[in-house]
Design a protein around this ligand. Structure first.
Ligand SMILES: [Cu+2]
Length: 165
């Protein structure tokens, strides 16, 4: 009997350990297609994009980002306001249960503010995402040249809109 109790206890400990591990958002969210926008010297800001996939039955959210190349990293989205595309900071980027959220030019992105250096195609940007439960995930985003139209959207459609008025 003693032995049975002992093994039940062991099984429970292993099981609960496994559940704690599985419940971490960083373990349940997969990050693919990560990249950062190439910018010429003198350009202070850039952005990173990626696909966040949540295989679990619990919704998760990214609540913060840090990067190796910028002083500040913020979570941003774009919204249309009076015919102009504007960027604004968001507190969290939701990833629905069994769903995906795509960060892409003209939409959600990780804004890299105050670059330490220019970003050339072929460079890599290390980004750490923090999830709602405090768990973190490090990703590597290769730097890519984006098409001009998308770049303009992302680099401040608001300013372009003002200039054309
Ligand atoms: Cu932004």
């Amino acid at each position: 009997m003693k032995r049975l109790i002992f093994s039940l206890f062991t099984a429970a400990a292993v099981l609960s350990g496994g559940l704690v591990f599985a419940a971490t958002a960083a373990d349940e969210v997969t990050v693919t297609d990560a990249y950062a926008r190439a910018v010429p010297p003198g350009q202070p800001n850039s952005a990173s994009f990626m696909l966040l996939s949540n295989a679990s039955t619990t919704a998760h959210a990214v609540v913060a980002a840090e990067s190796s190349v910028s002083k500040v990293s913020e979570l941003h989205t774009h919204t249309m306001s009076e015919g102009m595309m504007k960027m604004r900071q968001v507190e969290r980027i939701e990833i629905p249960a069994s769903g995906m959220t795509r960060l892409e030019p003209g939409g959600l992105h990780v804004m890299l503010i105050g670059l330490n250096h220019d970003l050339q195609p072929g460079d890599e940007v290390a980004i750490t995402l923090t999830f709602e439960d405090g768990s973190k995930r490090g990703i590597t985003a290769p730097v890519r040249m984006l098409q001009m139209k998308k770049m303009q959207q992302d680099m401040g459609g608001m300013e372009h809109g003002r200039m054309s008025q």
